[in-house]
Design a protein around this ligand. Structure first.
Ligand code: ATP
Length: 235
């Protein structure tokens, strides 16, 4: 299993933002992590990537414990945080080289060229990040997430704020990247889930209320629309 989560909790004072959740994510599949605002999605993502320490529970990434084997585990993870934090004064290549350097990658200039091509940044590769459209900035975010060729990709609301054309392009790119990786993507856009996810977890008030394949969850709810299922389980 690429991601294994056992009894994971995060409490902020008395509030249980994430409350004893268990799940697994498999290679070659895209897992949609859904839930209403404040359900605990970002908190879970931050714990998966080792940015936030759990109150309780265990996380293994490609068999490595995220706390006790942090460096090994993090080598396997690519992370695109919510709102895509980037250095807007840096040039695209300069930024990707900077990130690759932090991973100590060999043949860095070749690798930077490869990821630029892979995420479709070639026409904009000589620009400063601050000059790019939101869609292209998202491609830079994805490029930095995959530069060290991780087998697990964690993407926190990767398409928020994109126009319909960019949305389609970025979803296609995520689907392509997901072919040989384990991808977890948080979203509250149901069409996104239909378009790219294989499996679904719905979280509400810190607890998992559904964990199934896309087909499985629809079957279990008499082929209702995902929107109806979401509302029924999280209202
Ligand atoms: N640093 C913090 N201190 C206190 N409470 C927090 C903190 N971060 C998150 N919370 C609370 O924990 C709960 C879960 O928040 P989280 O950001 O994980 O939800 P989310 O599902 O990602 O929501 P959204 O869809 O709005 O991004 C919320 O009630 C939030 O207010």
């Amino acid at each position: 299993m690429s991601i294994s989560v056992k009894n994971l909790s995060k409490h902020y004072d008395k509030q249980k933002a994430v409350d004893a959740i268990n799940f697994e994510a498999k290679p070659g599949r895209i897992l949609g992590f859904l839930g209403p605002n404040g359900a605990g999605k970002s908190t879970t993502m931050r714990m998966l990537t080792g940015y936030l320490e759990p109150t309780a529970g265990e996380i293994e990434i490609s068999g490595k414990n995220i706390l006790s084997q942090a460096i090994d585990a993090k080598r396997h993870i690519g992370y695109l945080p919510e709102n895509t934090p980037l250095y807007s004064d840096m040039y695209v290549k300069e930024f990707l080289s900077f990130i690759g350097d932090a991973y100590n990658l060999p043949n860095l200039s070749v690798r930077v060229e490869e990821v630029i091509k892979k995420v479709g940044l070639t026409p904009e590769q000589h620009k400063k990040i601050g000059m790019l459209s939101k869609g292209y900035r998202q491609r830079v975010g994805l490029a930095q997430a995959i530069i060290h060729n991780p087998d697990v990709l964690i993407l926190d609301e990767p398409t928020s704020g994109l126009d319909p054309n960019q949305l389609v392009d970025i979803r296609a790119l995520i689907k392509e990247l997901g072919k040989d990786k384990t991808v977890v993507i948080s979203t509250h856009i149901m069409q996104e889930v239909e378009a790219i996810c294989d499996d679904i977890i719905i979280i509400s008030k810190g607890k998992i209320v559904a964990n199934n394949s896309l087909e499985g969850i629809k079957k279990a709810h008499q082929n209702s629309s995902l929107e109806d299922i979401f509302r029924k389980l999280t209202a």
